[in-house]
Ligand binder design. Structure first.
Ligand code: PHE
Ligand code: ZN
Length: 897
């Protein structure tokens, strides 16, 4: 393992590349232990005397030719990072031959072997592990690719774009030639070679072109790719209907691999996917798996325009493509969920999607934004770009796009997107360019307004807090709402070069209810129209708005639909929250009121638990949950979201010092008491939400299963008589994985040990041969409340466990360290020592994945002192390890700063 000395790269240091690489012709002789890559580059020097610097890592340089002549050794230098050539003419053809070893490439970046097949992963900086090249997104070229390999071992040879031809060669080899008609940066290059089965379908675009859609996977698994293929077709249609964006290729391929660092990758015309987001059938995939497949297939497909046709100038602009594309996949999923439902059901389905996205944001992004890795959605600096594929860039980035849609309106936003493509199709651009395109439409439609203040979202880290004050004037029949924002003292103060936090442009949607829970029509002073919801635009530190004609003091419904990624501070009484939970017409804030009630309850009990006081659930809280269970109008999916308790990561952010074990105990106590005290209601929810008949992952049946399984698990949490028998029966008779896994999870979490073990054993035997299910088996145990460090070590010794497969590592090690507070944070620090060992072991194989595990300790300063000390020790142990990768070094040093 090499020792990287950390170098900080700054956004301000961007310089254009001094050469244009007009075309790239690549020839691969594929061999698992020594693949030869021949690269022919047509170069144009743009700056006189510029030296050509081509990135290259872990490559063996075989030869360099300029315009057909072998280049003398004194004309170039090559080291572990780059090939440098001075004195090139203004135009020339450079030919480089190099070799790499895919079979020992455990980083899964560059060219690697998985299950006997070849795959590539180039984003962000993997292409330099394939050949010497200007590995940066603003160098765009046209590619032709020739793949050669043994025909029996590698019958399928794929690359980007269109197939030009295939032919057989001597010695049992064959070759395929591909051409990508579009200029692209090298991070979008891909090749795949090996044994695959595929399914395909021809789809017609709105302009009448026929497109071949294909999904490739291991032979024998092709019948499990149909949902992915359907999702691909739906994505294609959706992007045409919603945004008028048509596919620009004749052929679009998805290939599944078992070994992949992330979810999937948008290589032009040849998306490579983690098999977890391609393969599904009702027997072995859950409802959640189905919706992830749809979302990720959509996400990668949508990148074809937002990311590929218009790409990033440099990696600081990552959110330009990721925030926008996450926003697009969220909208796609919401539209798919709402499709073919009644108006009311559709509204509820959309609210459920919004809730799920906000839950993710709060659990993953808010803590990040308040921790040592905090960064603006457009970071100012990095040491390892791989560490910046974050919840901030992706999820907060999507919120920043969503706010632009909120400010411009859907039509305005669509027009802005159109303008963005009109200006920048075929270019590598910046986040500023995107906002400028939106702003041109905004200014045209809202004279006098601009996005100057809004742009600060791109350069300020931290979650802003918005404090709300409400004053009712009975004589004047007015309500004055004051919003005040604060971004200081939030997040980190030491971002290099960051100026003082300034006020942001915050779209803040608000409603008012009267004391009986009726929605009040809102009319701002000076305006004539009344509405249920009003969008306030906070652009300075503090602003006031006056609503007229309001007789009695109202209850506010704040930040409807989560109109901005902020934390709202308002002193609701419990009674007001109960009123909102019962009556708010906005489904999002209605849910939010319940979450706030539950948070208060759990945090109060956590303090009791930590202080050794007896725990007792308040009757008003039980009543609020009973009312939700009994309310006749709520659909199952939404009801389940309302009843579910806020997650530990979100709750922890509200504690001054986190005692994770006390928090877990308190939260489980609430669940158990709800189960025990409302047993009849939970049982009714179980009985009323059966889904007989053929399985469908659609939102209505999926919502029923979610509610039913949540209710059953809650009964079991409360140790209600008969619950365990029901779980065992459901486990045995389940007709789909959602029900089987739901029952198993509840047994593992809340059941008697012997019953859990029996079911776990059965599950293993049933699914021994499907790695994706064995991942679930590991994950369930990793998060099980009986699983301590010793148990996790035992699981790590299981013959089916390997650190080399990222999905498997995530299922066991990540799940334990991130989602098992009792086991991981158990007194004594054994969990932290285990973490350190695993980070180091992974780092030797795959630094990107190791760095993600390293982040499990990000928030160590927030924990109670007894945990802080051993956490720090473990971090220091990792930091001082010789040969630590640049990726892990960046994470642990920032954590320790
Ligand atoms: N660009 C991919 C996506 O968001 C994510 C990814 C990044 C995959 C880096 C692999 C490596 O769609
Ligand atoms: Zn993406």
């Amino acid at each position: 393992m090499r020792t990287d000395s950390p170098v900080t790269i700054s956004r301000q240091d961007y310089r254009p590349y001094p050469f244009e690489i007009e075309s790239v012709d690549l020839q691969f002789d594929l061999d698992p232990t020594r693949s030869l890559v021949h690269s022919r580059l047509a170069l144009q020097r743009l700056t006189p005397d510029a030296e050509l610097v081509l990135d290259g890592e872990e490559l063996e340089l075989v030869s360099v030719k300029v315009d057909g002549e072998v280049l003398a050794a004194d004309r170039y230098t090559v080291d572990a990072q780059a090939l440098r050539i001075k004195g090139l003419p203004e135009h020339c053809v450079l030919e480089i031959t190099s070799a790499c070893n895919p079979s020992t490439n455990s980083t899964l970046m560059g060219l690697y072997v998985s299950n006997g097949n070849f795959f590539t992963q180039c984003e962000a900086e993997g292409f330099r592990r394939i050949t010497f090249f200007a590995d940066r997104p603003d160098v765009m070229s046209r590619y032709t690719v020739t793949l050669r390999g043994n025909k029996a071992a590698y019958p399928v040879l794929l690359s980007n774009g269109n197939l030009l031809g295939e032919r057989d060669l001597e010695d049992g080899r064959h070759e395929a030639r591909w051409e990508d008609p579009f200029r692209k940066p090298c991070y979008l290059f891909a090749l795949v070679a090996g044994k695959f089965a595929h399914v395909e379908r021809t789809a017609r675009t709105s302009s009448g072109r026929n497109i071949l859609l294909q999904v490739y996977s291991d032979p024998g698994s092709e019948d499990k790719t149909l949902y992915a293929l359907d999702s691909l077709e739906r994505s294609m249609i959706w992007d045409e209907t919603r945004y008028g964006l048509e596919l620009d290729l004749d052929r679009f391929m998805i290939v599944a691999t078992r070994d992949f660092n992330m979810g999937a990758m948008e290589n032009k015309g040849l998306n490579i996917f983690n098999a977890a987001y391609v393969l599904a059938d009702p027997d072995f995939a859950t409802d959640a798996n189905y919706s992830d497949i749809e979302a990720i297939v959509g996400h990668e497909y949508f990148h074809n325009w937002t990311g590929n046709r218009v790409t990033c100038r440099d990696w600081f602009q990552l959110s330009l493509k990721e925030g926008l594309t996450v926003f697009r996949d969220q909208e796609f999923s919401a539209d798919m969920m709402a499709a073919s439902l009644s108006a009311e059901e559709a509204a509820s389905a959309r609210a459920v999607k919004r809730i799920d996205d906000v839950v993710t944001l709060r659990a993953a992004q808010f803590p990040e934004d308040a921790g040592p890795m905090a960064h603006p959605i457009r970071p100012e600096s990095y040491q390892e770009i791989g560490n910046f594929y974050t919840a901030t860039v992706y999820e907060k980035g999507a919120e920043v796009i969503r706010m632009q849609q909120t400010l411009l309106g859907v039509d305005g936003f669509n027009a802005g997107l159109k303008e963005y493509f009109r200006r920048h199709d075929g270019q590598a651009v910046t986040c500023d360019d995107f906002v400028a395109a939106m702003e041109s439409v905004y200014q045209a439609r809202h004279p006098g307004k601009d996005l100057t203040v809004f742009r600060r979202w791109y350069r300020q880290a931290g979650t802003p807090r918005v404090t709300v004050t409400l004053r009712h004037d009975a004589a004047a029949r007015t309500v004055t709402v004051e919003l005040a924002q604060r971004s200081d003292k939030v997040g980190v103060e030491r971002l290099p070069g960051e100026p003082d936090k300034q006020p942001l442009h915050i779209p803040f949607a608000i409603g008012l209810l009267d004391q009986t829970g009726r929605a009040l029509p809102l009319r701002l002073a000076g305006s004539t129209d009344a509405a249920d919801t009003v969008l306030l635009e906070l652009t300075t530190e503090r602003q006031q708005w006056v609503f007229e004609d309001i007789a009695d003091a109202p209850v506010p419904s704040l930040l409807r639909d989560f109109s901005a990624p902020v934390i709202v501070e308002y002193d609701f009484s419990d009674a007001e929250l109960a009123l909102l939970l019962a009556h708010d017409t906005n489904a999002f804030t209605r849910w939010e009121a319940g979450q706030e009630l539950a948070s208060r309850e759990i945090l109060r009990l956590t303090a009791d638990q930590a202080a050794g006081r007896p725990l007792s659930l308040s009757a008003s809280f039980v009543n609020a949950w009973a009312a939700v269970l009994r309310e006749p109008t709520l659909d199952a999916a939404y009801r389940e979201r309302v009843l579910a308790l806020p997650g530990e990561k979100t709750l922890a952010e509200r504690m001054t010092e986190v005692d994770p074990v006390a928090l877990a105990v308190a939260r489980d106590f609430v669940r158990a008491e709800l189960g025990r005290q409302l047993a009849a209601d939970w049982q009714a929810a179980v009985d009323n939400n059966q889904t007989p008949g053929e399985y469908s992952p659609d939102p209505i049946p999926a919502g029923r299963r979610a509610l039913k399984n949540f209710a059953l698990a809650t009964l079991q949490a409360g140790q209600v008589a008969g619950a365990e028998a029901q779980l065992e029966a459901q486990y045995a008779a389940a007709q789909n994985m959602t029900d089987r896994l739901g029952a198993l999870a509840a047994l593992v979490q809340f059941g008697e040990a012997a019953a859990a073990d029996r079911a776990l054993q059965d599950f293993y035997q049933r699914w021994e041969h499907e790695p994706l299910v064995i991942d679930k088996w590991f994950a369930l145990q990793a998060t099980g409340r009986r699983t301590d460090v010793a148990a996790v070590r035992k699981l790590a010794d299981h013959p089916a466990f390997t650190l080399r497969n990222p999905n498997r590592a995530r299922a066991l090690i990540f799940q334990f360290c991130l989602n098992n507070p009792r086991g991981f944070h158990a007194a004594g620090g054994a969990g932290y020592r285990f973490w350190a060992e695993q980070v180091l072991a992974l780092d030797a194989l795959n630094p990107d994945v190791a760095a993600r595990l390293a982040r499990a300790m990000d928030r160590w300063v927030r924990f109670v002192p007894a945990l802080r000390a051993p956490m720090r020790q473990a971090l220091e142990q990792v930091r001082k390890h010789p040969g630590l990768s640049r990726a892990v070094t960046e994470i642990v040093s920032k954590a320790l700063e």
